[in-house]
Ligand binder design. Structure first.
Ligand SMILES: *[C@@H]1O[C@H](CO)[C@@H](O)[C@H](O)[C@H]1NC(C)=O
Ligand SMILES: *[C@@H]1O[C@H](CO)[C@@H](O)[C@H](O)[C@H]1NC(C)=O
Ligand SMILES: *[C@@H]1O[C@H](CO)[C@@H](O)[C@H](O)[C@H]1NC(C)=O
Ligand SMILES: *[C@@H]1O[C@H](CO)[C@@H](O)[C@H](O)[C@H]1NC(C)=O
Length: 341
């Protein structure tokens, strides 16, 4: 601004250039006046202020973790379990509403309708073998298997354990092996937002395959940063949810989408919670033609009121890939050796 003023009023500057500089100065000033007044109006109408405060937690509760393979179904298991359903594995992406993977074959999806979907999901789940799992330098609890929208995932429940020592020593260390012929590109430790998945636990985290891909022969390091928010009334609120015990904005949206999709398709995909008893389990073709289409194109702005909770704890993620350390190399070697014997 100072330079511009000098030029505007110095005699050497040609008239045309003065006009140009004058114009730039004016438009700059008027723009800033406009934005200031606009913000002032906005502030008086809807005052917002953000106060950030860093609070050290005495104890940080370890969220429960879902580990989901990148592919929801194992190709060899599909072929092994459904030999009469010719080329069923080629219709998997159609089943999830993505692309056409049948290469010009006639699209008769009803020929797979005799397979109950719950059974299909269970029979074709890819296998993950935990090689080593440590948390707080102790062995993890044994995982259980849970059906989710990402297929059957391993679920590690830490029973409200706290992270006692800050730093990598106390973090969760998990090595998992998968069968190459499960057509997985790796396994996924997945999701950006909290995912409660109908459990009692407050802080379950699901890291989705879309956001966290584990690369083969690479060390994947996921760092979770917990952040607690407090919103002031009347800009926050809560609602009772049918599918989730704890209210969050995401879950309000998730519930709204699940209900809308089931109401539209009049059937129930087995990885959704039961909503209306009169909706039967979806068939393969209903899932491909309706559920996946409706879910993938769901418009969340039709959900209406899903207020921000007055207190919220979210986990932000940071993913890094690195070289395997020497102990991991040894572990992999050992595993390969025992497998061969
Ligand atoms: C699709 O497959 C089903 C079951 O195999 C069969 O009954 C039906 O006639 C087929 N429909 C078409 C259009 O080919
Ligand atoms: C974990 O905490 C939740 C809520 O804080 C509680 O309901 C649950 O019983 C606790 N679980 C264990 C194993 O202590
Ligand atoms: C791995 O996949 C092959 C099929 O390619 C199968 O025969 C074998 O049993 C699988 N191994 C495990 C441990 O699941
Ligand atoms: C989503 O719904 C909102 C509200 O009903 C509407 O204004 C908007 O156009 C819709 N968006 C799309 C992409 O359909």
């Amino acid at each position: 601004m100072i330079i511009q003023n000098k030029r505007l009023f110095s005699r050497q500057t040609a008239i045309s250039r003065r006009l140009l500089w004058g114009f730039i100065l004016f438009s700059g000033t008027s723009y800033s006046v406009f934005t200031i007044s606009f913000n002032a109006v906005k502030f008086t109408q809807n005052p917002t202020s953000i106060v950030t405060e860093t609070v050290m937690h005495h104890h940080l509760i370890m969220p429960n973790i879902y580990v989901c393979p990148n592919s929801q179904h194992s190709k060899w298991r599909i072929e092994h379990n459904y030999p009469d359903h010719n080329r069923l594995y080629r219709y998997i992406s159609t089943f999830y509403g993505n692309g056409e993977d049948h290469h010009g074959e006639e699209l008769n999806l009803t020929r797979f309708d005799d397979i109950p979907l719950d059974e299909f999901l269970a029979n074709t789940a890819p296998n993950l073998k935990p090689l080593r799992c440590k948390f707080n330098m102790r062995d993890c609890p044994a995982p259980t298997y849970r059906l989710t929208r990402y297929g059957i995932c391993q679920y590690y429940s830490f029973d409200n354990s706290t992270v006692s020592i800050p730093g990598p020593q106390s973090s969760l260390i998990l090595y998992v092996a998968y069968n190459n012929s499960d057509t997985t590109t790796g396994y996924a430790l997945s999701k950006s937002a909290l995912f409660h998945d109908f459990s009692d636990q407050k802080h379950d985290v699901m890291l989705m395959s879309q956001s966290t891909t584990v690369l083969a022969n690479r060390l994947t390091q996921v760092t979770l940063y917990p952040q607690e928010y407090t919103y002031l009334k009347p800009h926050c609120g809560t609602k009772k949810l049918d599918f989730f015990k704890q209210y969050t904005t995401e879950e309000c949206h998730v519930e709204c989408s699940y209900k809308a999709v089931m109401d539209k398709c009049k059937c129930w995909p087995p990885y959704f919670p039961i909503y209306k008893k009169e909706y039967p389990m979806c068939t393969f073709s209903e899932h491909a033609r309706c559920i996946s289409k409706e879910y993938n194109s769901f418009n969340y702005s039709t959900c209406g009121d899903c207020p921000k909770p007055c207190h919220d704890l979210v986990f932000n993620r940071n993913v890094e890939y690195g070289e395997f350390h020497e102990p991991i190399q040894r572990l992999i070697k050992k595993y390969k050796l025992t497998k061969r014997l």
